[in-house]
Design a protein. Structure first.
Length: 102
């Protein structure tokens, strides 16, 4: 299935609306990118979306604190961090609310 910017942004908004605690747009975007196969580590996400790597790392930390992702390996030199969805993260992504009708 081809992903468009619109479908990505719609998923980001749906994740933010469905999250049990408030999520930043960046953190919701990281979850959406992981779910859609766009990026699976912090450096790839930062490069894909042209943001500083430190912001991607902050979003990973935010999501890990909420138990929506679990971190994997971290490169000691670059701090590139891999992450994967937890059960709670998968549940959030698999059942976001339907977008509100206009």
């Amino acid at each position: 299935m081809e992903q468009t910017a619109e479908s990505y942004l719609a998923l980001v908004a749906a994740v933010q609306a469905a999250a049990p605690q408030p999520l930043s747009a960046l953190a919701a975007g990281l979850l959406a990118a992981l779910h859609l196969g766009i990026a699976g580590d912090s450096r790839a996400f930062a490069q894909q979306f042209d943001i500083p790597h430190a912001l991607a790392l902050r979003a990973v930390s935010e999501l890990a604190a909420l138990d929506l992702v679990e971190t994997g390996t971290r490169d000691p030199r670059t701090q590139r961090t891999s992450y994967a969805l937890t059960r709670a993260g998968r549940d959030l992504l698999e059942s976001p609310p339907a977008p509100a009708a206009p």
